[in-house]
Design a protein around this ligand. Structure first.
Ligand SMILES: [Zn+2]
Length: 190
């Protein structure tokens, strides 16, 4: 399977599997600041349909934002807004537990990897963005994917590029939250 960081189908495509995502937030919660557990990534891959940097960093954004909003005292139902219609949207649904079927995520397609998570109970919000390193690695994985697709399976250069891609995925999955995501509180619901 070609592993790429790609654009994905509109949200309507995954309404049918929302029940899969509903339990992620509670069953796979991790201590604050720690990277997600491996089981979360297995479920993300099954949900999203392939492994890619975008879905992984989406999960990191979603989980870190949820932890930060809880720690800040956000109450009630959490809802997400993301500013790019692409693979990270699936990661956010898994990481933050804010699913499309529950009307808990909206997408404003502005080509920005920016997540705003809001607590409906007391209107608190946090914004989550990628660190420069995470964003650069996401772009690098996209370039690698294009190069890999241009090579035959037997080409030794392909093996090397796939190895680099795997290293990027591993880093995005396992680096501490503050190396992947930056969080800031927002005033009022955005
Ligand atoms: Zn993807």
């Amino acid at each position: 399977m070609v592993k790429n960081y790609c654009r994905t189908l509109p949200c309507v495509a995954f309404v049918g599997v929302m029940s899969l995502a509903v339990s992620y937030g509670t069953a796979l919660a991790t201590p604050a600041g720690a990277p997600p557990v491996p089981a979360l990534y297995s479920q993300l891959e099954a949900f999203h349909g392939h492994v890619c940097a975008g879905s992984i960093f989406g999960a990191r954004l979603g989980l870190a934002a949820k932890e930060a909003l809880k720690a800040a005292g956000g109450t009630g139902r959490f809802t997400a807004r993301y500013y790019d219609l692409s693979c990270p949207v699936d990661g956010i649904q898994v990481g933050a537990g804010t699913t499309y079927g529950n009307a808990a995520i909206a997408v404003d397609d502005r080509d920005e990897h920016r997540l705003v998570l809001s607590a409906d109970g007391n209107k608190m919000s946090v914004e989550a963005r990628l660190t420069n390193k995470a964003e650069e690695l996401g772009l690098r994985s996209r370039d690698l994917g294009k190069k890999i697709r241009g090579l035959t399976a037997e080409d030794p250069a392909r093996v090397q590029l796939e190895r680099e891609m795997e290293e990027i995925f591993t880093w995005l999955k396992t680096a501490p939250n503050d190396e992947v995501v930056t969080i800031r509180p927002l005033k009022g619901k955005k």
